[in-house]
Design a protein around this ligand. Structure first.
Ligand code: PSV
Ligand code: MN
Length: 395
């Protein structure tokens, strides 16, 4: 690598922060069952502690995304979470309302035909915004399971209008520096129509909600052949990309480790972001979040693997030769243009990342540092392994 490329990688890594999900440290499963893991986090203290360990060895994960129902209700008040955050050195990240688990949401939340249920859903979002304010979180991240399973069973346009109402009232409650992130997903748990099925619908709804609403791209929430980097490029261009939920997939929303199936796609997404920043000269205001809950891989190791993979792919995107790329694009030198991307993707950036870590006082190899620390053995001895709950209800 040239010294200019090394500099580009260091600069990129200095700016790249990744938010971990609290639910990624708890026992979760599939709809067929749960395999319990030794010492999976069951309490919010344990989730903060595990996240702090990932941050200790990687140095780039200072915030933890929280799910309101799983992390606050009946367990901890927002004020207590603030204290916990201060103690562990991990700040509360995005706040995720839960609008899908309660029995009343069987036929939807903001899109439910029953106005009382829509009102309850709205109230929950407002409470979540209040929690975000108390714990000093910027983003309130909304995902809705709303939809229907059979043609003709719901009025799609009425539901759209109810969503607009609900999101507008949520937006009105935001503080000036807060954002609403609107996540889309084409299927699951609804299998005929999902109310916010794709990025176009999320974009329309975010615009209807107000200027502090942006779109959240979960990489697992697309049809198989979809060109996600094009969506990213369009959202960036419209100043409507608020954040990511990272994971990889082979078939559906598989929640696999980022880059495990298609690292080139993640690289291409990062390339669009880095290119946008290069051309506009300003940083893209994006929350990079992980949304994975591993039911087979050891959870903390899987998170460390995710973070280091994300750094590698981001670093590769940072060394694309933008001038050469622009010139080859303008002359339609197709092979040369494509090679520009491929050369960067094929470059081994790991030695430079190790140097960067050492310079930043971090362990050069986060996974090895974690394994040497004895943290996993310690929590297994302390917590035991009996599937103590604390995660989602996927089981
Ligand atoms: C839905 O599949 C989703 O991606 C949403 O972001 C939820 O908050 C999260 O998963 C829960 O695991
Ligand atoms: Mn998600």
């Amino acid at each position: 690598m040239t010294s200019q490329q090394t500099e580009q990688v260091w600069k990129a890594l200095d700016s790249f922060r990744i938010e971990l999900p609290s639910w990624g440290f708890a026992d979760t499963g599939t709809r067929f069952g749960k395999f319990h893991q030794p010492a999976a986090a069951a309490t919010i203290e344990e989730k903060f502690s595990d996240a702090a360990e990932v941050n200790r060895v990687t140095g780039v994960c200072p915030t933890l995304a929280l799910h309101v129902l799983w992390d606050f209700k009946g367990e901890r008040s927002a004020a207590e979470v603030t204290e916990l955050a201060a103690r562990t050195g991990i700040r509360a990240g995005s706040i995720n309302p839960n609008l899908f688990q309660d029995q009343i949401y069987k036929f939807g939340s903001l899109g439910n035909p029953d106005p009382k249920i829509r009102e309850t859903a709205s109230q929950h979002i407002l409470e979540s915004i209040a929690i975000a304010t108390t714990v000093n979180s910027r983003d309130i991240s909304l995902w809705f399971a709303d939809g229907s399973n059979y043609p003709g069973t719901q009025n799609i346009r009425h539901r759209k209008a109810w969503f607009e109402d609900g999101l507008r009232s949520a937006h009105a409650a935001l503080k000036n520096d807060q954002r609403l992130l609107v996540e889309y997903k084409p299927f699951e748990p609804a299998f005929y129509h999902t109310d916010i099925a794709d990025w176009g619908m999320a974009l329309e709804l975010a615009r209807a909600a107000g200027p502090q609403a942006k779109v959240l791209v979960d990489t697992g929430h697309h049809y198989s052949a979809q060109n996600i980097e094009q969506i990213v490029a369009w959202l960036l261009d419209s100043n409507m990309l608020g954040g990511f939920h990272f994971n990889d997939r082979r078939y559906a929303d598989d929640d696999l480790t980022l880059g495990s199936i298609d690292p080139y796609q993640v690289f291409r997404i990062f390339h669009e972001i880095v290119l946008f920043e290069f051309e506009t000269g300003k940083p893209a205001d994006i929350a990079y979040m992980v949304d994975q809950s591993h039911n087979l891989k050891p959870k903390i190791e899987a998170m460390i693997q995710t973070v280091t993979t994300a750094q590698e792919l981001f670093a590769k995107a940072a060394i694309v030769d933008h001038e050469k790329l622009a010139a080859t694009q303008m002359t339609c030198a197709l092979v040369d243009a494509e090679t520009c991307l491929k050369d960067a993707f094929a470059t081994d950036v790991r030695p430079v990342i190790e140097e960067w870590r050492i310079a930043r006082g971090l362990p050069p190899q986060p996974m090895a540092a974690f394994r040497e620390s004895g943290y996993q053995q310690r929590i297994e001895a302390e917590r035991g392994s009996k599937g103590r709950g604390g995660g989602s209800s996927y089981a």
